[in-house]
Design a protein around this ligand. Structure first.
Ligand code: ADP
Ligand code: TYD
Length: 208
């Protein structure tokens, strides 16, 4: 399917402010009259939300990184087929809170080097990369404490601790250099309004 819309993703470590900024961006663009679809991963479709519970709840050692790659990719494939591609096909702006870059980091990097498996499976099963990715960069201690303060059941990855967040942060910054055509780093240590302005300025450029 050929996409006509614009596909924007937010990435970053847990608690960096992705959901907050994704919602604010969707609201701003909606108020300007753009046709916006806000969605998230893991999840975003009925089937993928069911897989979300499997991967985010329970013992941190519940799944190997290899099994997780399959589960996250299965969830993403369903999300693409049923939600993202139809929306892009209609010309909508799709804003997605996390996407394949999260799998490149959390599964491809966290427990050994499995990047090539993630990339191969993504090329085979997902194909589409975002048009624009906003990487919210934040100090891992701040991110971890913001994320833990939420007190949900979905804490499998947060329970791996700050060390994992540090590794993911460094990995994301490296990834931004690798995909410098689409990934933009935003300083997430600033207040919500300042981050919102930086996000909007970058998106404005992509809307032209
Ligand atoms: P993520 O989706 O990246 O995990 P959230 O957007 O859910 O992050 O934010 C985590 C918590 O931090 C929330 O309670 C949110 O209100 C708060 N928060 C988000 N952005 C900021 C910011 N720039 N400064 C202070 N607190 C923030
Ligand atoms: P999310 O709900 O976005 O958490 P947060 O708001 O704390 O950033 O995602 C939950 C967890 O899922 C997060 O710790 C990262 C993990 N995750 C992966 O490990 N691989 C993936 O492909 C995705 C999309 C998320």
């Amino acid at each position: 399917m050929t996409a006509k819309g614009l596909f924007i993703t937010f990435e970053g470590i847990d608690g960096s402010g992705k959901s907050t900024q994704a919602k604010l961006l969707a609201k701003t663009l909606g108020q300007q009259g753009w046709d916006v679809l806000l969605t998230r991963e893991p999840g975003g479709s009925t089937g993928a939300e069911q897989i979300r519970a499997l991967v985010l709840e329970g013992d941190p050692d519940r799944w190997s990184a290899e099994t997780e790659i399959l589960l996250f990719t299965a969830a993403r494939r369903d999300h693409m087929e049923t939600v993202i591609l139809p929306a892009l096909g209609k010309g909508q702006i799709v804003i997605c809170d996390r996407f394949a870059d999260s799998t490149r980091m959390y599964q491809g990097l966290s427990r050994g080097d499995l990047r090539s498996i993630v990339d191969t499976l993504t090329a085979l099963m997902i194909q589409q990369e975002p048009d624009l990715t906003l990487l919210i960069d934040i100090d891992p201690y701040t991110g971890h404490s913001r994320a833990k303060a939420r007190e949900t059941k979905e804490e499998r990855f947060e329970d791996f601790g700050v060390a994992l967040q540090e590794k993911m942060r460094a990995g994301f910054i490296k990834l931004a250099k690798e995909f410098s055509d689409r990934i933009n780093i935003i300083d997430g240590n600033q207040d919500i309004k300042s981050v919102q302005k930086m996000v909007y300025d970058l998106v404005k450029g992509a809307l032209k």
